[in-house]
Design a protein around this ligand. Structure first.
Ligand code: NAP
Ligand code: MG
Length: 402
C-alpha cells in the first residue's frame, strides 16, 4: 500500500526521559508504516537545549509560526537537581513557557474518555475542555504587607501626568496586606478569540464565567470583551453550527459543570483555570489521558500531552526494567497535529489516518489491553496489563486492521 503523503511538514519537538522513548516507538510502530512523514525536527531534549544555550527552543517556536502546526514531546523543566544530572550551564526556563510567550497562545486541555474508566463524576460522559487565560491577574501581581497607621491607595498616572486616586483601605488600627492586579484588553480579547475559534473547531459550546457582580470594573471588563467579540465576530457562525456562547457567574458555572454531561469548552480566568484544570483532570481519572493544545490568536497550533516526562519510569527503563507507561496522550498529540495539518493542507487521507489512529488506540483499551495506570482504575472484567512497547504493538495491530 502506498504511504499517505504530506504537503507541508509538521514541526516536531522531541523531548526528554520516558516520553522521548515513547516518542520514537510511536513513530516507528504507528506512524512511519503508514505516513510518508515530513517533519522539521527540533531536539528539545535537555542535553541539546543546554548545548544550544536554549536557542533550539526559540527556533522551534519560530518554525511553528512559519508552518502553523507543531507536535511536542514532554520536556524537563530544570530544577536544582537537574543541574548536576545534565551538567547544565544554566537553569534553563520551561520550554513550554518560552513557546507560549512566542506564540502568545491559549492552552486547551481535553480528557480522552474510554469505556471501563468512569470519571469521579459519572454523569460526565463527554469531555470538558478547559481553557486557561495565561496572562495577568494574581500571577503578575504586586503585593505588600502594610503597617498599622498606613493608608493604601490606588493611584493611576495618565500620559499627561494627571493622577486618579482611590482609597483601598485605611489601616488605622491594624497591620494588613494589599495586592495590585492588572490585565490588558488585548490579552483578554486574544483569549476570547482563541476560545471562540476553538469552539468552532470542535463544534462545541463555549462557557465563560467571572465574578462580575462583585468586581464591577475588573471582572466586568472580561465579561464585556467576551460578549462584544462574540456578538460582532462569532454570533452568526455559532448560530449556523447550532452551538452557543454562554456566560454566567463563576459560582453558578461550577454548579452547572458538576451537573452537566460535559461536551463543551470552559474558558477560565487565570486563577480559575489553574485550580479547575487540576480538579477536572483528576475527576476524569488519569493525567496520562489528558491532551493539551496551545492555540494562538492567529490560528497556530501546538499539540502535546498534558503530563510530564514520567521520570520515575525512565529511571526504571535505564536499569533495564520494563515499564508500563501510558502513551495515549502522546499518540493523541500526534493524531491532533496530523489531522490539523490535513485540514490546513486539504489532504483528507491524513485526517482519516488521524481518526483511525485514535480509534485503534481507544479500541485497544476498550478490548481490555492497557498500561498499568489504567489497569488499576479500569472496571472492565477481562483486562490485561501490558508494557509500554507491547501496548503500542497492540494498537498497531488494530490500526493495520482498520
Ligand atoms: P509526570 O511526568 O507527569 O509524572 C508524574 C507521575 O504521574 C508519574 O510518576 C506517574 O506515576 C504518573 N504518570 C504521568 N504520566 C504518565 C504516563 N504517561 N503513564 C503512566 N503514568 C504516568 O510528572 P513529574 O514526574 O513530576 O515530572 C517529570 C518531568 O516532567 C519534570 O522534569 C517536569 O519538569 C516535566 N514536566 C513537563 C511537562 C511538559 O513538558 N508539558 C509537564 C509537566 C511536567 P507513577 O510513578 O505512580 O507510575
Ligand atoms: Mg494548577
Amino acid at each position: 500500500m502506498a504511504k499517505i503523503q504530506m504537503k507541508t511538514p509538521l514541526v516536531e519537538m522531541d523531548g526528554d526521559e520516558m516520553t522521548r522513548i515513547l516518542w520514537k516507538w510511536i513513530k516507528e510502530i504507528l506512524i512511519l508504516p503508514y505516513v510518508d512523514l515530513k517533519t522539521e525536527y527540533y531536539d528539545l531534549g535537555l542535553e541539546h537545549r543546554n548545548e544550544t544555550d536554549d536557542k533550539v527552543t526559540i527556533e522551534s517556536a519560530e518554525a511553528t509560526k512559519k508552518y502553523g502546526v507543531a507536535v511536542k514531546c514532554a520536556t524537563i523543566t530544570p530544577n536544582a537537581a537537574r543541574m548536576p544530572e545534565y551538567n547544565l550551564k544554566e537553569m534553563w526556563k520551561s520550554p513550554n513557557g518560552t513557546i507560549r510567550a512566542i506564540l502568545d497562545g491559549t492552552v486547551f486541555r481535553t480528557p480522552i474518555l474510554v469505556k471501563g474508566i468512569t470519571p469521579y463524576i459519572p454523569t460526565w460522559t463527554k469531555p470538558i475542555t478547559i481553557a486557561r487565560h495565561a496572562y495577568g491577574d494574581v500571577y503578575k501581581n504586586t503585593e505588600m504587607q502594610v503597617k498599622k497607621g498606613s493608608k493604601a491607595e490606588l493611584v493611576v498616572t495618565d500620559e499627561n501626568g494627571n493622577e486618579t486616586r482611590q482609597e483601598i483601605f485605611n489601616f488605622k488600627d491594624t497591620d494588613g496586606i494589599i495586592q495590585g492586579l492588572h490585565n490588558k484588553d488585548d490579552s483578554i480579547a486574544g483569549f476570547a478569540r482563541a476560545c471562540l475559534n476553538y469552539g468552532l473547531d470542535l463544534k462545541q459550546d463555549v462557557w465563560f464565567a467571572s465574578k462580575d457582580t462583585i468586581s464591577k470594573k475588573y471582572d466586568h471588563r472580561f465579561k464585556d470583551i467576551f460578549q462584544e467579540i462574540y456578538d460582532n465576530e462569532y454570533k452568526e457562525k455559532y448560530e449556523a453550527l447550532g452551538i452557543e456562547y454562554f456566560y454566567t457567574l463563576i459560582d453558578d458555572a461550577v454548579a452547572r459543570v458538576i451537573r452537566s454531561n460535559g461536551g463543551y469548552i470552559w474558558a477560565c480566568k487565570n486563577y480559575d483555570g489553574d485550580v479547575m484544570s487540576d480538579m477536572v483532570s483528576t475527576a476524569y481519572g488519569s493525567l496520562a489521558m489528558m491532551t493539551s493544545v496551545l492555540v494562538s490568536p492567529d490560528g497556530i497550533y501546538e499539540y502535546e500531552a498534558a503530563h510530564g516526562t514520567v521520570q520515575r519510569h525512565y529511571y526504571k527503563y535505564l536499569k533495564g526494567e520494563t515499564t508500563s507507561t501510558n502513551s495515549v496522550a502522546t499518540i493523541f498529540a500526534w493524531s491532533g497535529a496530523l489531522r490539523k495539518r490535513g485540514e490546513l493542507d486539504n489532504t483528507p487521507d491524513l485526517c482519516e489516518f488521524a481518526d483511525k489512529l485514535e480509534k485503534a488506540t481507544i479500541q485497544t483499551i476498550e478490548e481490555g489491553v492497557m498500561t498499568g495506570d489504567l489497569y488499576m482504575i479500569s472496571k472492565l472484567e477481562n483486562k490485561k496489563k501490558v508494557d509500554s512497547e507491547e501496548f503500542l504493538k497492540e494498537i498497531g495491530k488494530r490500526l493495520e486492521a482498520l
